[in-house]
Design a protein around this ligand. Structure first.
Ligand SMILES: O=S(=O)([O-])[S-]
Length: 281
């Protein structure tokens, strides 16, 4: 009898259960966003490839931007962002980007030199919350809807950047941190093994911080999204989610891309020494 009552209760409760409500949400930075979700969202599509390649083929409605557009002109400091961050924000508002706009930055992935990641880092520094990178061809393959192009760009009102200073470290601070190593820091050199063996900070007498080399490409998957697989390699090098990581390349481009990826993966104390080896000289 007891068994019959329990069974009846279970059947009745199941009958009363409402169907699961499925809601489609905009992708949120830091969640495990699938590329398919990205292209369904109301994203602005920026394309960070060279103008020549963009002109040959691009996603209709996407906008060609170069990382250099937001950086200083002087070759010796070309890794540094322009001093006037308001001017960058104004340019972004003209291509439909404000801090709450989801943005996908397309690039060449492993065939390139980290350009889309550097643009993504620039946007994050300016306070744009949801930024994703993708290989240009992946976007085209994933976009199975022939009628869907990038959404029409509409200007946004000018906005004041809420600068994420933690993502960008100037020479003075970088120098103090790596030479004093008061609070332990890790220098993550993301250039190729060959560049690293020619010259790296571990051979400089003044540098007390530990220096690690992992090439920037390892931080992204085939589609161009930050790759979770890198977490294991970092763990094996004693780099934890709360480690202070100073990322370096020659001019802050590949290092900017890696800081974007690390930030995405939850390494919140990773920062770009945007002046790079060029400025360290
Ligand atoms: O990627 S780079 O900063 O070495 S030019």
């Amino acid at each position: 009898m007891k068994f019959v009552l329990i069974a009846a209760f279970v059947v009745l409760s199941a009958c009363q259960m409402k169907p699961t409500k499925v809601t489609v949400q905009e992708p949120v930075m830091g969640e495990n966003v699938t590329a398919e979700q990205l292209i369904k969202g109301k994203t602005v599509i920026l394309d960070a490839r060279p103008a020549f390649e963009f002109n040959l083929a691009h996603v209709p409605g996407s906008i060609n931007v170069r990382w250099e557009d937001f950086s200083q002109q002087n070759p010796k400091s070309r890794g540094l962002l322009q001093n006037d961050l308001f001017a960058i924000a104004r340019r972004l508002s003209l291509v439909g980007v404000d801090p709450s706009t989801p943005v996908v930055v397309l690039g060449k992935g492993a065939q390139g030199a980290g350009e889309e990641g550097r643009v993504a880092w620039t946007l994050k520094v300016l306070g744009v919350k949801n930024v994703y990178t993708l290989v240009h061809t992946s976007y085209r393959e994933m976009n199975t809807n022939p009628n869907r192009e990038a959404p029409q760009v509409q200007n946004k009102p000018y906005w004041k950047p809420e600068v994420a200073e933690n993502l960008d470290t100037p020479l003075k601070v970088f120098k103090a941190e790596v030479t004093q190593n008061e609070k332990p820091v890790i220098v993550l050199d993301v250039r190729s093994g060959q560049e690293y063996s020619l010259r790296n900070l571990s051979t400089e007498k003044s540098v007390k911080a530990s220096v690690v080399n992992i090439e920037w490409r390892d931080f992204f998957d085939d589609k161009g999204l930050p790759s979770k697989k890198i977490e294991r390699a970092l763990y094996e090098k004693n780099i934890a989610k709360d480690s202070r990581i100073l990322v370096v390349s020659n001019h802050g481009v590949r290092s900017g891309a890696v800081v974007y990826a690390l930030n995405y993966l939850g390494y919140k104390k990773a920062t770009n020494f945007a002046g790079g080896y060029e400025q360290w000289k």
